[in-house]
Each structure stands twice: as C-alpha cells, then as structure tokens.
Design a protein around this ligand. Structure first.
Ligand code: ADP
Ligand code: MG
Length: 248
C-alpha cells in the first residue's frame, strides 16, 4: 500500500525578485514499510519537496494523494527545540497544540524517552543535551503523534562526521523498532545508501527525478554496518556519477 503519492508535482516560489521554479513534474510513491532517501545537490528543492509531502505548502501543479487516515509527521531541518521548555514539554508540544489527549501523549513520550536513553533528561533544558541527544529528542517529538510516515529533513546535517554516524544508527534503530515508514532528505549520498532501501536522485533546480535506485544491502543491519557491506561503494560510485553539481 502507498502511504503517499506525489503526482506530477511542480512548485514555483513567487517573490519580489521574481519567480523561482523549485520543483518540476515530480512523481514519487512512498510504500508502507519503506525507507526512501531523497538525494540532491544543495538548493535543488529537497526541503520544498518534503514540505509538499507534509502538506505544509500546496504544489503549484499536480496532486498529493494520501489515503484517508494516514498520519504524517515532519521533522524540520533544524531541531527547533524550545529552550524555555524542558525535554518532555518539548516532545509533547504537538499534542498540546492539537488539543489531543495530553496524558496519553505524555505517557507515550516518557516511554520513548526512557527507551531511547533520554529518561534522565526529561526535566532538563535542550541546551543540556549533546547534538546527538537533541536529534533523538527531535525524532521522539515527531513520533509522539504515532504517525505512519515520518518525513526527516537532513536530520544529521548539523552534526560532526563521527556523531553523524552513530546518530544515524540511533535514528534508524528507533524508526525500525517503532516500525515507521520514512522519507529522508539529504545531500549526502553515503548517508542515503546506508540507511534507505530506495534512493531517489534529484537533478539540480528545478528538481526533477533523475533516477531511482533500489538498494540491495542488508536492511536488518544498522547504517554503520551497511557502509562496510559489499556493494556499498558500487552504489556510491553510480549515484555520485549521476548526481549533478549544485548551483548554490
Ligand atoms: P534544498 O533543500 O534542496 O537545499 P530548497 O527546497 O530549500 O532546496 O530550495 C530550492 C530553491 O528554492 C532554492 O533555489 C531556494 O533558494 C529557493 N527557495 C526556497 N525557499 C524560498 C522562498 N521562500 N522564496 C523564494 N525562493 C525560495
Ligand atoms: Mg533543505
């Protein structure tokens, strides 16, 4: 079953300086249980595409097809944890805004924080957490609403290289043990190959789909292990040579 389908999506930004064509006739289907990485050079239109998937902006052309009842949650490029709220209050913020069952949301949030090593930080402010912990907290916040599909915008880009490796293992472990389907946007080809089963490569702006790759690495292994598997570097070489250089 498809959780989401983009059909002939185009998007144009209008500003005082004129028009920017960001997305052009993009078709992408997101299967339940899958992990899709969307890769493209910087400025190609990845964030725009993810915001369209999240329903935050309406496409200029085309349709977003979503079966009734499919819940989607979106994790923006910067973690946007609020310093004036503690971690528990940060991860339950959408339940407050949406006026859903606050007690149930708080219980589930506590369960996730305990399970993923943030139990003792519930009452701490975001600045007390490391970059990796903040990222886990931001992910838990997107999971509290129990979405079927999570959309992650460059979830590791603010982290240094070493941290990025183990945080991507953490994020993958959380998403797979909570059985979430996922679409992640990144400019990093290795990151995409190591975590996803499908990689969609975008051209530079306006983004069109250049190619779709099925990644045949062991999906039960965490990203750091997949990076060592035979085949990884072949996928890298292929996608790297197909990727266009960005203009920004
Ligand atoms: P990416 O996430 O791949 O780096 P974006 O989706 O953020 O790319 O942006 C795609 C293009 O649209 C870029 O050229 C960017 O400058 C432009 N753009 C993004 N947001 C706006 C906006 N609010 N107004 C005008 N142009 C924008
Ligand atoms: Mg972006």
């Amino acid at each position: 079953m498809k959780l989401l389908e983009l059909v002939d999506i185009s998007y144009i930004y209008h500003s005082l300086d004129g028009e920017t064509e960001a997305i052009k006739e993009v078709n992408i289907g997101v299967e339940e249980g899958g992990f899709t990485a969307i890769v493209g050079p910087s400025g190609s239109g990845k964030t725009t595409l993810l915001k369209i998937m999240a329903g935050l902006i309406k496409p200029s052309k085309g349709n977003v097809v979503k079966p009734d009842g499919v819940r989607i949650s979106y994790m923006p490029q910067h973690d946007q944890l609020f310093e004036w709220r503690n971690i528990l209050k940060n991860v339950t913020i959408s339940a407050e805004i949406e006026k859903t069952d606050k007690k149930a949301a708080a219980d589930y949030a506590e369960e996730l924080l305990d399970k993923y090593g943030l139990g003792e930080f519930k009452k701490k402010r975001p600045s007390a957490l490391s970059g990796g912990m903040r990222q886990r907290a931001a992910l838990i916040r997107t999971l509290v609403s129990k979405p079927q599909l999570t959309l992650l915008d460059e979830p590791f880009s603010a982290l240094d290289f070493q941290t990025r490796l183990y945080v991507s293992d953490d994020v993958w472990k959380i998403l797979s043990s909570e059985k979430k389907s996922c679409v992640m946007v990144t400019h990093d080809i290795s990151e995409a190959i190591s975590i996803a089963d499908t990689v969609v490569l975008l051209t530079k702006r306006p983004a069109t789909v250049k190619a779709v790759y099925k990644i045949g690495l062991d999906r039960t292994a965490p990203p750091t292990v997949r990076r060592e598997q035979p085949g990884f570097s072949e996928y890298f070489k292929t996608i790297f040579s197909d990727m266009e250089v960005g203009d920004e």
